[in-house]
Design a protein around this ligand. Structure first.
Ligand code: IMP
Length: 191
C-alpha cells in the first residue's frame, strides 16, 4: 500500500520509513514533485495538521498523513504554539525564536511547557488524529548540540537535561513526535 507523508522533510521521512510495517511504501511531497509549501494558516496545531492531510488527499486521492507540532508554554498562555516555527519572524530562525521566548519568560516564575504533535491520517473512508505530548520546562540556559528548534532549552519532566543534550534515540524515548507516530504506526499495522 502506498501512503503519502505531507512533508518535504527528508529526515523525518526516512525516520518514519524505517519504522513502517512491511508492505507500506512511503512517499513525501518531494517524491511527488511538490516543492511549494502547503499553507499553514489555521489557528490551531490540530487545524494545520488536518488542513495539510486533506490538501494532499484531495490532490492525489491516496492514503496520506501530515504532522504539525508546537511548543506550548503555560505562562505565555500556550504561545508560541501554532506559531512555533515563525515565533520571531518569517525567517524561521531557531536562535531568534529561543531568544524571544527567553525574553518573554524573563519575569515568569513558572517555566512549564509542553511539546505537542498532532498527526492527521486521511483516506477515502476516514480521517483520524493522533496526539503526542511531552511535558517539561524551559531551561534558563541553552544546553546541548543535538536536535533542532527549541531542543536546547526544553527539559522533559523529571530530567535536568535538554533534548539537545540527547541523541535522537534517547530523545525518541520521550518525544511528542515519537509518541504520536507510535499511535499512527499501531493503527497502520491493524489495516
Ligand atoms: P513542525 O510542525 O514539525 O514543522 O514544527 C514547527 C516548529 O516547532 C519547528 O519549526 C520547531 O521550531 C518546533 N519544533 C517541532 N518539533 C520540535 C522538536 O522536536 N524539538 C524542538 N523544536 C521543535
Amino acid at each position: 500500500m502506498k501512503i503519502i507523508f505531507a512533508s518535504q522533510n527528508q529526515k523525518k521521512t526516512e525516520e518514519i520509513r524505517s519504522l513502517l510495517p512491511k508492505g507500506f511504501i512511503l512517499e513525501n511531497l518531494l517524491d511527488l514533485n511538490i516543492e511549494d509549501d502547503i499553507p499553514e494558516n489555521e489557528p490551531t496545531i490540530e487545524g494545520n495538521s488536518a488542513f495539510k492531510a486533506r490538501w494532499v488527499f484531495q490532490k492525489f486521492g491516496l492514503p496520506c498523513f501530515a504532522d504539525d507540532t508546537g511548543l506550548e508554554v503555560l505562562a505565555l498562555n500556550g504561545e508560541p504554539g501554532v506559531h512555533s516555527a515563525r515565533y520571531a519572524g518569517a525567517a524561521r530562525s531557531d536562535q531568534a525564536n529561543m531568544d524571544l521566548l527567553q525574553l518573554n519568560l524573563k519575569d515568569k516564575a513558572d517555566r512549564s511547557a509542553q511539546f505537542k504533535t498532532v498527526i492527521t491520517y486521511c483516506d477515502q473512508d476516514q480521517e483520524l488524529q493522533f496526539t503526542g505530548i511531552v511535558s517539561g520546562r524551559i531551561s534558563e540556559e541553552a544546553k546541548g548540540e543535538h536536535g533542532f528548534g527549541y531542543d536546547p532549552i526544553f527539559e522533559p519532566e523529571g530530567l535536568e537535561r535538554t533534548f539537545a543534550e540527547m541523541d535522537l534515540a534517547e530523545k525518541n524515548n520521550y518525544s511528542h513526535r515519537a509518541r504520536a507516530l507510535a499511535q499512527l504506526l499501531s493503527f497502520l499495522k491493524k489495516m
